[in-house]
Design a protein around this ligand. Sequence first.
Ligand code: FE2
Length: 231
Amino acid sequence: MESIDALDVYIVKGFYPREQIIAFKRFAAQFAAAHPPAWHPCLDGVPDYHRINDEYKNSWVMARMHGFFFHAFNEHREIIDGFRDLLRLKNHLRGAPEDADYDALPSSGVITRLVSQHYPVGGGHLREHVDPHSPFALIQTIVQASTPGVDFQAGGLFLRASENDAAVELDELTDVGDLFILTPNVRHGIAAIDPGEPLDWTLDRGRWMILPIVIRSDYEMDPSTKPRQVT
Ligand SMILES: [Fe+2]
């Protein structure tokens, strides 16, 4: 934790088998084909859903991405189970039982969620931001779900140690199944994916990532617990 708090980034090669990540993306694409895009607040009864955010103005952080949201209390529990080791690691770091909040409902105040994001070729991006410190997110864990140089050529995850430092691009060091571990508290974002190409929302190209997270639900909305855009 000292090292991560000092802005070191770890890349764990091959943390997940390539086949698991490819199968997840196939599942997500089938889910998107079967359900229209929608958004739901994080309240009891929240379904699994997916949503296209194309520079939606009320976003905490401006983005062009296709987001997917799955919960252990809904019907695709086995999908989230596949990423449970990262949730256990985060619970361990906060001194909680390893399966704490795994099945928690929004009305308890906190939920576990498997988020996946697809950044399309032709400018998919997430503006530079910092995520708030919370006991549930002492580290952030980002699973690389695409192959840079194959699924896209330019852009991707970057961080910046401080306002006046150069951005450090990280994707070129990674492949499908690798894991990034870094502090939530550093400036980071997704640099535009192949911005010279026409925008293409198809899911078999572009930059995917998978993020198993524990977050506060929307029963007590507090902007200080939300990501903060810095550019
Ligand atoms: Fe973030």
